[in-house]
Design a protein around this ligand. Structure first.
Ligand SMILES: NC(=O)c1ccc[n+]([C@@H]2O[C@H](COP(=O)([O-])OP(=O)(O)OC[C@H]3O[C@@H](n4cnc5c(N)ncnc54)[C@H](O)[C@@H]3O)[C@@H](O)[C@H]2O)c1
Length: 248
């Protein structure tokens, strides 16, 4: 098993990609802590993982809130004795055009999508540094590279921030044997993209060389690679998983 004996926090684990990642990690032997601001979805996934013999617990946490983040990392280490993998997956998406974005929406998107990555990574790094090992994987987005046409500019800008934060942390964490990377998905078949509507999705899919959206499981497999020992010499990488939409 790729992750046997590891303890992993996955944020936004009640959602499509987070849920697929939690299931995959548990199947690969990790103890998974599913954190989400809405606990019903993540608790149901944790229950299913336990029923099939895996190790999982769920908890309610708002990743934009410093107190919740500190408590999440502390309770994970107290309960399971370690924190080996952090997956910064929680995010919110808005499609508001720039002229209609108000300051409250701008701040909320940046707080949930980018401040959270800083807060969680800081607390995880604090712990992983003492162990001289660890893996931090954050979710960026193709919109960070090409701009947000369907998704809002605030969402795209937050994800561009995730990319730069990932590279900065990778530099500072490398001396401690910690790998810090990001996955950069193109459009993926999830409720987030379903909300764009059928017409927008058909038009977008036609522009992708594979002529289809990614599946949550396909994104989870890239996250697994970056969380496993198979990527031990990879750090500061922004891994495109987009069916050929962007090649850079
Ligand atoms: N779906 C796509 O096409 C796509 C494309 C590129 C990047 N991504 C990124 O992949 C990740 C997962 O996307 P998804 O499509 O599975 O989204 P999703 O909406 O299905 O899941 C996101 C989860 O995050 C949780 N969440 C929201 N705010 C939170 C908060 N403050 N604290 C804790 N949890 C919170 C939600 O409750 C939800 O369960 C996100 O970072 C997203 O930006 C998705």
């Amino acid at each position: 098993m790729e992750l046997g004996g590891s303890v992993a926090i996955i944020t936004g684990a009640g959602g499509a990609i987070g849920g697929a990642t939690a299931r995959l990690f548990a199947a690969e032997g990790a103890t998974v802590v599913l954190a989400d601001v809405r606990n019903e979805g993540s608790e149901e996934i944790a229950r299913q993982v336990r029923e099939s013999g895996g190790k999982a617990s769920s908890c309610t946490a708002d990743v934009s809130d410093e107190k919740d983040v500190v408590a999440l990392v502390r309770s994970t280490v107290d309960s399971f004795g370690s924190l080996d993998i952090l997956v910064n997956n929680a995010a919110i998406s808005m499609t508001t055009p720039i002229l209609d974005i108000d300051v409250a929406d701008w701040d909320r998107v940046l707080a949930v999508n980018l401040r959270s990555v800083f807060l969680l990574s800081r607390e995880a790094f604090r712990f992983m540094k003492t162990r001289k090992k660890g893996k931090i994987v954050s979710m960026a987005s193709a919109s960070a590279k090409i701009g947000g046409l369907v998704v809002g500019a605030h969402y795209a800008a937050s994800k561009a921030g995730v990319i730069c934060f990932t590279k900065s942390l990778a530099l500072q964490a490398a001396p401690y044997g910690i790998n810090v990377n990001a996955v950069c998905p193109g459009p993926t078949r999830t409720p987030m993209t379903e909300a764009w509507g059928e017409k927008a999705n058909e038009e977008f899919a036609a522009k992708i060389p594979f002529k289809r959206y990614g599946e949550p499981r396909e994104i989870a497999e890239a996250i697994l690679f970056l969380a496993s020992e198979r990527s031990r010499y990879v750090t500061g990488e922004i891994l495109d998983v987009n069916g050929g939409l962007i090649m850079d």
